[in-house]
Design a protein around this ligand. Sequence first.
Ligand SMILES: Nc1ncnc2c1ncn2[C@@H]1O[C@H](COS(=O)(=O)NC(=O)[C@@H](N)CS)[C@@H](O)[C@H]1O
Ligand SMILES: [Zn+2]
Length: 475
Amino acid sequence: MLPPKSNFSEWYHEIIQHAQIMDIRYPVKGLYVWFPFGFKLRKLVYGKLREIMDREHDEVYFPALIPETELGKEGQHIKGFEDEVYWITHGGMDELDVKLALRPTSETAMYPMFRLWIRSHADLPLKVYQVVNVFRYETKHTRPLIRLREITSFKEAHTAHRNYEEAEENVKKAISSYKEFYDSLAIPYFVIKRPEWDKFPGADYTIAFDTIMPDGRTLQIGTVHHLADNFAKTFDIKYETPEGDHAYIHQTCYGISERCIASLISIHGDDVGLILPFDFAPHQIVVIPILYKGKEELVMNVANRVYDRLKSMGFRVVMDDSDDRPGAKYYRWELFGVPLRIEIGPREAESNEAVISFRDEKVKRKISIEELTEDSIKTWAEEMHERLRRKALDSLAEKTKLFESISEIKEWIGKGVALTYLCSSTECGEELESLAGAGVLGEVLELPEGVEAEKDGSCVICGRPGKLNAIAKSY
Ligand SMILES: Nc1ncnc2c1ncn2[C@@H]1O[C@H](COS(=O)(=O)NC(=O)[C@@H](N)CS)[C@@H](O)[C@H]1O
Ligand SMILES: [Zn+2]
């Protein structure tokens, strides 16, 4: 049995194991094993991410080992990562003459190669991505899917452009791709510009997608960085312009990790288990025959017919004809978040009917088997997606409040996101962080649907003109 979701930290820890997402018993801190079921969920979620990325990017694969000479080239970058890099110093018994880093992210693996790939403006824009494992020696609390030392599903996109403006256009495209991805998962988010002191090491600016987890803390579920020509200058990546002279490229990069799955599990799940949107559920439909003595054959005939019909429509359907009690069957498939349950007992079998119910509702409905068509199931799935989206938005809105005074902010922190106004000075930001005892997430560029607040107001610290900002405790 799972603890109640209101005890989120315990609930999360248990569901990851019980719903067979990741096995947290691997004997290295921050490293976890994907179970088969979890890996099916990952495959479906990343299939969507790849579908979106493949429209305008080519998928590539770069080496996992980065020589110290390259990793250390861009000052801000190495400063930001030096405490997190795993180093390889030996090959067998031989000490390596140049230490190799396990990639914490792949800018310094890719950009020396971009220098060889990019010659002329005709080679631009270059837009590639990879889904790889990266390694970060995290010293904060590690947690499966949320903060790993081996990030197993790191989708990183890297692009090259003729100038700052074209790179900026691509930042906008990346943001709309991330919105499409998270909308498909029914996960609500803020789009926030990180403050200068919290941007990606080496970036010109960082824009983040933040969602609110059930315990009121936020989770950064994606980031888009404008790199300007910082790395181009460091790695000397120039191209010949149409006029015949040479200019540095301008770049962007943007990443999503398995935190997307952490948010899917955490935001939609309930006290008895996962609740998965239809398109991403490893098992979309479960057929549960209710077997009574003497009626087994009658029931199984109809159950098998329903199973075959759904299978032929291309749905991911399972039949639970084990001899467990019905209650145990319901519990098992609720734990695994199966969206649609179809029960068939002797009475239904005789009248060619079934009892259907959706995982997010407590409603059961009797229908005739004929109503189980591809269209009706797809319509019910869309209705369920809308219910999940609505519910997630409502719960985020409950955890988001606008404040004009520090004392109210301090009281709210830990329960959710505090919105207030901050001017652009670092002093005010840092003072607010220390007074509130939480991090300034940054200027809110886009609020989730249903959350209203003016964009401009007076700084909560100094009273000068300020912009809408978000403050919260984060993972
Ligand atoms: N230790 C970690 N475990 C799980 N996810 C992480 C971890 N560290 C970062 N992430 C996720 O990975 C995303 C991208 O990481 S990042 O550092 O912000 N950006 C980059 O590395 C850039 N190269 C863009 S690909 C973050 O937004 C966050 O959602
Ligand atoms: Zn101020």
